[in-house]
Write a new protein. Structure first.
Length: 463
């Protein structure tokens, strides 16, 4: 049974249990470290989070009396806070999933991914020196990287910089290394877009399609007018409560006593596809850009519909075979809800070099080793602001933010990026033939990593 959306405390605690399980069994972190620096805010009252964000002092969060029990044999987590209990457990290569109770199972069969990385022109173990790249200012590059790691409370865990298809700089914070699968959050939205792009290149779909789901094709259903393009622009117009947009109050996790839709798909243990597809229309499609998780989740469900005729089980390894294997990304983990639907609007883990490969795919206009995985037109689409939908703030493309309005001061205007909570970034700068990956704990955003990171991106671009 899903968690009751009308019980925000339980929803938040369930979400935290899932994140702790993933951090322990996927990333290899200690449970208390994950609670303190990645997810205690999920279980905190809204008024406490508001104070934390205003003061940038999370010390009160560290005092939340959350009891954490880790069972390494069953690979499960149990949390207890003020009378509420929550559980999560690892289910093979589909990662960690919220459970309704300690004995609850999932409604799909976990599938082994068995990644098959390939050798190509982006060799992970190679480095270039100033002698091989005369356009590179090594001193300026290292100084920019130093600035991102300088404050330990910014929790930067990894930086990888790729110039002209070669790694020119790479650094990790101990105890992490090249093999670590990091929390990546909403950078997964860009993976959802990429799956659509792969299918478009294969001729399986068009961005102009409407009537995307059977539930929307009933007579006079206004949702039948929603195009795939609108969904990728985060402008489906569906009713979906949330507060995590760029200018919204991120301390708010509930509305009228109900956990926000935007995060309930993470913390509710619900059938995320069913939850999203049944939402009514609030705005005309393509007219109101809003940062809401319904759109990337529905885009992924539509990709599944066209890739494997909607078969949840058959789709579990499709991204690995059709996207990650061709570019040699062997460490990507796309987690699911209890029903096997990918939650890659925010629950995804990857190695820094895997994210660099995804960025390089876009830098190469969708080509990899002589094969066109994405069309040139699709690559152009994702980095072009949807000015009609986002007329109030025209920075958002196709599940990729862009620098069209100067969100990263000093960086080239053609910069666009995969973006995740806690300032996860895979930055693509075509005019500099450059990809920059930064990964870190969620708490870094509270401690103000945003400005030094943006400054460093601009400095790296100019190096």
């Amino acid at each position: 049974m899903p968690v009751d959306q009308g019980n925000p405390a339980r929803c938040g605690l369930s979400w935290a249990a899932k994140v702790i399980a993933s951090g322990v069994f996927t990333t290899g972190r200690e449970a208390q470290d994950i609670l303190n620096y990645s997810c205690n805010w999920m279980a905190a009252p809204d008024e406490l989070m508001k104070s934390v964000l205003e003061t940038r002092d999370p010390s009160a969060l560290l005092e939340l009396p959350v009891d954490v029990d880790i069972d390494t044999q069953s690979r499960s987590v149990h949390l207890h806070l003020e009378g509420e209990h929550a559980w999560a457990r690892q289910f093979g290569d589909q990662g960690c999933v919220i459970q309704d109770g300690p004995e609850a199972n999932v409604f799909f069969t976990p599938t082994a991914l068995a990644p098959h990385p390939i050798n190509d022109t982006f060799e992970p173990d190679e480095r270039v020196t100033i002698d091989h790249d005369t356009d590179l200012n090594r001193t300026a590059l290292e100084e920019a990287i130093d600035s991102v790691f300088a404050n330990p409370m910014h929790f930067t865990n990894a930086i990888v910089i790729v110039h002209r298809g070669r790694i020119v700089a790479e650094r990790y914070r101990e105890p992490f290394d090249i093999h670590t699968q990091f929390e990546s959050w909403s950078m997964g939205k860009s993976i959802a877009a990429t799956l659509i792009g792969v299918l478009e290149q294969q001729g399986a779909l068009s961005l102009e399609e409407a009537g995307l789901f059977e539930e929307w094709r009933e007579r006079d259903d206004p949702r039948g007018e929603i195009r795939l393009r609108d969904i990728l622009n985060m402008a489906s117009g569906l009713t979906f409560t949330g507060s995590f947009g760029r200018t919204e109050d991120h301390s708010v996790k509930q509305e009228n006593g109900r956990f926000l839709d935007h995060i309930y798909v993470y913390g509710g243990g619900t059938n995320s596809f069913r939850f999203c597809v049944e939402k009514p229309l609030a705005d005309a499609p393509g007219t109101a850009g809003r940062y809401r998780n319904c759109d990337p989740l529905l885009a992924t469900a539509f990709a599944r519909q066209r890739a494997v005729n909607g078969d949840v089980q058959a789709f579990l390894n499709w991204p690995q075979r059709h996207l990650f294997d061709p570019i040699g990304a062997a460490g990507m983990l796309l987690e699911t809800d209890p029903y096997g639907h990918f939650l890659i609007s925010g629950h995804d883990y990857g190695r820094a070099r895997d994210w660099a490969r995804l960025g390089q795919l876009y830098l190469q206009r969708g080509a990899w080793e002589g094969k066109q995985l994405l069309s040139n037109a699709f690559v152009e689409f994702v980095q072009t602001p949807a000015v009609n939908a986002w007329s109030h703030d025209p920075y958002y493309g196709g599940f990729f933010p862009t620098n069209a309005t100067g969100l990263i001061p000093g960086a080239p205007k053609d910069t666009f990026w995969m973006s995740g909570g806690g300032l996860q970034r895979t930055v693509i700068i075509p005019s500099r033939e450059l990809v920059i990956v930064r990964l870190g704990h969620m708490a870094g955003a509270v401690f103000g990593v945003d400005k030094p990171l943006n400054d460093a991106i601009a400095r790296i671009a100019n190096a």
